[in-house]
Design a protein around this ligand. Structure first.
Ligand code: BGC
Length: 759
């Protein structure tokens, strides 16, 4: 039996339940006969239930509490709307039973959890998933996570995080889909669809939460929770489109952010959650605060005290308060003193109840784990493996040392991340367990047989400063044909509040690389990290380089398949890789400036004569020491094969506003391996009433081609996809000249011209 029966007076509860059920139904019937009630069945149920609720019960719905303990009485009084961080299905069912059968109105609780990149089966970190550029795969991953979470009684996840970010110092870049609004929008919407399925009341669906609204990824200097200052136009063009896409994908909930934006903290920001979200986008879902972010309005210096914080958050239309108690303690008083209206409270409660009805929580409040397949099943592990394999980005393979032959005589597996079952899971893996991880070392041993694998980690963990393992690592290298070197950073070095100002390889990994290079053996580096790391100088020692992010439970089999050519790499960077931290922010869709750097403008600092005369003529926007280019551009990633682009074309030269434009190119696999290529379309608006980026991603398709095969790929774009927010904050597509390019990364030739006329 999955319900905890350990209670007294079952009879009394059953009676109370039947009474409240009858009462609700009677009222429902009487209210639905009332002409003023909504004709929408869910809205009618919301209205009738709302009309029965006391103020305390309404406020109760607006509260989200942490953990399973100590809430029984409050639940019985109908004063808790949601609980997070309880994953024990028996505890969940027990609390739900109190809510449904012992509270006056029997309103069920929504149990929530951060199911960020998998539940028990851990997928690659979201930044790794973004490197797949594969929305269908991401949707399968969130769909499978929903099923696993549901089997524990979870009905709501705080995911996807769709904060665009251009700062690898920020620890939460690991949780993001990278730097680009279009890529993040597409992948975010796919993630929402996977979690929610076809209908929120489906047995396999959990409610998603698009977070953090908004611009959390633009924290100054990449320091978490820090100040965000972005012009409203950029807010709307860069940081909000992913949220608008999530709303378009019917995301059930949104979470406000911790940060301030232009002086107004997000959890009390009327422009964001009232004006843009509710009024402009007509969002009917529920908005939850981040953890204590309403109380933090006081810490920000935006609210005088918790009461003022509650007032500001309610005015901004934040429906539910996570963790802190500003609503619980102050809503009544704010109402009594006439500082807020009951209509506002009712609106929030409506948003919460509507969600609960849509989720079918009233009909199916309990969870029977036997209704679900077992977690970590074969099918889920297969999705996790595929996501991990497609997340791997091949950054270098100059001498074609990869793929390795299956007949290789011996391999040295070295490095602090070769066999770290925990670290390969990455950040935010509350319900993942390292016992289920398959490490690269295990998989390489399985693939080649133990005898051919010489393992010596060299360094115990990524931050170790102790060289005691070097000798053994060098020995292992010397007796092997090739070195596979697993470098990077531990999972704890990225994620919330885990930012780094120096994003080089931690500890003495560089020393290990140098020591191994002296053996003269080829080095294949596999780097696991929660962010782009800067190690361009070290990379000269690598014959091949695979960027693996934190790949999750199935890191081992995925990496082994790529190393041995069972599958060709197909990942592409969702974020620009800087050469050095001082280049940040560096991203592909930058503005041109009045003095753009060009290939021939990089002047080496060391070449400048002492006391050289300084002119302003001929200057450009580059660094004396690092030029202007990143290490690897957005969208970049190699394959074992090669893809040739030809016939890049557009269906006309001139278009009118309102037209559709069709771009096309033919892609041929000219190599010897079957593989996938991500075909990318970039467009530039040459002149705008506000300056436009030098290019913007407007479409992508991931295609599979066998050697010798070719395919014509087309992108249909509407002229309204080429717009931006002008000075008057209106979204407009301005007629004029444009350039476009199609290719395998963002450094694409942008010579395809076209123009848009007024009519
Ligand atoms: C994070 C959110 C998360 C919440 C609940 C906060 O600290 O910013 O992303 O969903 O905690 O765990």
């Amino acid at each position: 039996m999955y319900l905890n029966q350990n209670h007294s007076s079952k009879f009394t509860r059953a009676l109370a339940f039947s009474m409240s059920f009858i009462l609700i139904n009677l009222l429902f019937m009487s209210c639905t006969s009332n002409q003023t009630m909504s004709s929408d069945p869910i809205e009618s149920r919301v209205d009738s239930l709302l009309s029965l609720m006391t103020l305390d019960e309404k406020i109760g719905q607006m509260l989200q509490k942490n953990g399973a303990d100590g809430h029984d009485d409050k639940i019985r009084e109908g004063q808790i709307g949601s609980i997070l961080n309880t994953v024990d299905v028996e505890a969940i069912n027990r609390l739900q039973k109190i809510a449904v059968e012992e509270s006056r109105l029997g309103i069920p609780i929504i149990f929530a959890r951060d199911v960020i990149h998998g539940f028990n089966t851990i997928l690659p970190i979201p930044l790794g998933q973004a490197a797949t550029w594969n929305p269908e795969l991401i949707q399968s991953g969130t769909g499978m996570s929903a099923i696993e979470a549901r089997s524990s009684g979870i009905r709501w996840t705080f995911a996807p995080m769709i904060d665009v970010t251009r700062d690898p110092r920020w620890g939460r870049i690991a949780e993001s889909f990278g730097e680009d609004p279009f890529l993040t929008s597409t992948l975010g919407a796919a993630a929402v669809k996977g979690y929610q399925g076809n209908s929120l009341d489906d047995k396999n669906s959990i409610a998603a939460c698009a977070k953090h609204f908004a611009a959390y990824g633009a924290a100054e200097a990449g320091r978490d929770y820090h100040t965000v200052a972005v012009p409203e136009n950029d807010l709307r063009d860069i940081y909000l489109p992913s949220f608008k896409a999530a709303v378009g994908a019917d995301v059930a909930t949104l979470m406000t952010a911790f940060n301030e934006i232009n002086g107004i903290p997000a959890s009390g920001n009327e422009l964001l959650t009232k004006q843009i979200l509710r009024n402009e986008w007509d969002y009917k879902g529920m908005v939850v605060s981040d953890w204590s972010s309403i109380q933090q309005l006081v810490v920000h210096g935006y609210a005088e005290d918790n009461r003022d914080a509650a007032l500001k958050a309610i005015n901004a239309r934040v429906d539910m308060e996570m963790a802190s108690t500003c609503y619980e303690e102050n809503i009544k008083d704010l109402l009594e003193k006439g500082e807020i209206s009951l209509e506002l409270i009712d609106e929030s409660v409506r948003n919460i109840l509507r969600l609960k009805f849509k989720m079918g929580l009233f009909e199916n409040p309990y969870t029977n784990p036997n209704d679900y397949p077992k977690v970590l099943n074969e099918e889920h592990l297969k999705v996790a493996k595929q996501a991990a394999a497609e997340s791997l980005v091949l950054l270098k393979n100059d001498k074609q040392v990869l793929p390795l032959s299956k007949d290789i005589s011996s391999v040295a597996v070295i490095g602090p991340l070769a066999d770290q079952a925990h670290d390969q899971l990455g950040t935010w893996t509350f319900d993942g367990n390292k016992e289920n991880s398959i490490t690269p070392l295990q998989s390489i041993r399985t693939f080649l047989g133990d005898a051919k694998v010489n393992f010596a980690p060299g360094l115990e963990i990524s931050r170790t400063m102790n060289r005691k393992g070097f000798e053994e690592a060098i020995k292992a290298a010397k007796k092997s044909e090739v070195i596979v070197l697993f470098l990077g950073e531990e999972s704890i070095l990225s994620g919330e509040s885990h930012c780094r100002a120096d994003i080089t390889l931690p500890g003495i990994q560089t020393k290990l690389i140098e020591a191994l290079a002296e053996t003269g053996k080829p080095i294949i580096a596999v780097v696991m990290a929660g962010r782009p790391l800067t190690f361009e100088p070290e990379s000269k020692y690598f014959d091949a380089l695979i960027y693996a992010w934190h790949p999750g439970t199935m890191a081992g089999p995925a990496i082994s398949d790529i190393l041995f050519g069972v599958e060709s790499p197909s990942g592409k960077l969702p974020v620009t890789f800087p050469r050095t931290v001082g280049q940040i922010p560096v991203y592909y869709s930058q503005k041109n400036s009045g003095k753009p750097a060009a290939d021939n403008t990089w002047e080496r600092m060391d070449d400048i004569p002492h006391e050289a005369f300084q002119l302003s003529i001929g200057n450009t926007n580059h660094y004396l020491d690092y030029g202007f280019k990143p290490w690897f551009p957005f969208g970049y990633g190699l394959s074992y094969s090669t893809f040739e682009y030809s016939g890049i074309a557009i269906d006309a030269n001139t278009f009118s506003l309102g037209d559709s434009l069709t771009f096309s190119a033919t892609i041929k696999n000219t190599g010897e391996f079957a593989g996938k290529e991500v075909v990318q379309l970039y467009i530039r608006d040459l002149v705008g009433s506000r300056t436009r980026p030098v290019k913007e991603l407007k479409g992508f398709q991931k295609i599979f081609l066998k050697p010798g095969d070719s395919r014509k790929v087309s992108f249909k774009i509407h002229t309204n996809q080429l717009g931006f927010h002008n000075q008057e904050m209106k979204y407009v597509t301005e007629p004029g000249a444009f350039k476009a390019g199609i290719g395998g990364n963002s450094e694409v030739d942008m010579s395809l011209g076209f123009s848009i006329t007024k009519d």
